[in-house]
Design a protein around this ligand. Structure first.
Ligand code: 5GP
Ligand code: MN
Length: 334
């Protein structure tokens, strides 16, 4: 993979571009993609953003979100947008399977593929890109890419808002170790460009329906188990809970983090029966590597302290497998 700054000559004449991200995109996937979208539009390219699936309502305020094609609900439009493209940008994921049913269409493409991502162990199928696992967020990498290309004058308020949204969420509001001095300097720069951070926090964090909070209370009271001998806490959510509380895409985001606030807990797991599959989210504090854990036991991956995976077993069996995996890692969890 050649360094991202080498795409500069490619951007000098108008190109047909698609930007895509991982399924069920979070604020970093959507924010980095839309920041790139606004940048490339200003550079005179024809740009379409495709999400493999729908995305949470709390991201719909993002400038340009209304133009994003949801592959699952608009397949024909998405496939048409991919026809004859020159450049494909892959943001906030590094393995094609993370684009779910869009993946076969991406595999078929004959265009130049560009990666901007911060997850561990990228697939070797990209022509240009940046894969920086130390970066706080893909949004930060988009910001740095625009600078590397000598185009910082294009960072307008829309781009600043998208980049800030991706960074604030992926850093747990600037608390995780990945929040470097460079992140704070970037935010200062974005504020100099007109960013009002308070509005964005409200749009992302103070924009839920009552049922989500009721679900949170119910889950913490009735669905949480703590295994003190392994410094691990777990939430296992049956599909019936998702229906009972009428949960929407994005409503379970952040839930797993509550478990890490228990004194002494080093690993937290959220295990949700999504009916078609069981989805797992892992978080850790300190030196327990949940990327390796997710890869080894649950066909997943991610970062050292935040990862995810999936299982085709029913919820109960998945929970049993999780507990067994935790037991196997007893020494590392002390
Ligand atoms: P979350 O638990 O918030 O869904 O994901 C945590 C982190 O792990 C994110 O960076 C996400 O992109 C990554 N991740 C989640 N699920 C998977 C998965 O199934 N495979 C891989 N490789 N990464 C995942
Ligand atoms: Mn990210």
């Amino acid at each position: 993979m050649k360094p991202i700054e080498e795409i500069k000559p490619l951007l000098e004449s108008p190109k047909k571009v698609v930007i895509t991200m991982h399924q069920k995109p979070d604020a970093d996937a959507m924010g980095s993609s839309l920041a790139m979208y606004h940048y490339l539009l200003q550079k005179g390219h024809q740009v379409t953003v495709i999400s493999p699936t729908n995305f949470p309502d709390f991201l719909k305020w993002m400038p340009g979100a209304e133009t994003v094609i949801d592959y699952e609900s608009s397949m024909d439009r998405a496939i048409q947008a991919l026809e004859g493209i020159d450049l494909l940008f892959c943001l906030d994921f590094n393995a094609l399977y993370r684009t779910k049913n869009l993946a076969p269409h991406l595999e078929k493409l004959n265009c130049i593929k560009i990666l901007v991502d911060h997850h561990l162990e990228p697939q070797p199928s990209f022509d240009y890109g940046v894969s920086d696992t130390k970066a706080s967020s893909t949004a930060q990498l988009v910001y740095e890419t625009i600078y590397k290309l000598g185009d910082e004058q294009y960072i307008n308020l829309e781009i600043a808002q998208c980049i800030y949204a991706g960074t604030v969420t992926d850093t747990g509001s600037f608390r995780f170790a990945s929040t470097s001095a460079a992140v704070h300097r970037m935010v200062a720069d974005l504020m100099d460009r007109g960013l009002k951070h308070e509005v964005i926090h409200q749009a992302i964090y103070d924009n839920f329906l009552e049922n989500r909070l009721r679900f949170l209370g119910h889950s913490l009271l009735n669905r949480m188990e703590v295994f003190y001998e392994y410094n691990t806490a777990m939430l296992a959510i049956p599909y019936s809970d998702l229906k009972r509380f009428d949960l929407q895409t994005g409503d379970t985001e952040g839930l797993v983090n509550f478990l890490l606030s228990i004194q002494g807990i080093k690993m937290a797991a959220l295990i949700i029966d999504r009916n078609s599959e069981v989805k797992l989210s892992f978080r850790s504090k300190g030196d327990f590597d949940v990327n390796t854990f997710a890869r080894r036991y649950f066909d997943g991956g991610g970062h050292f302290n935040a990862s995810g995976g999936r299982s085709i077993d029913p919820l109960e069996k998945t929970v049993d497998r999780f507990i067994k995996a935790v037991e196997e890692n007893e020494d590392l969890l002390q």
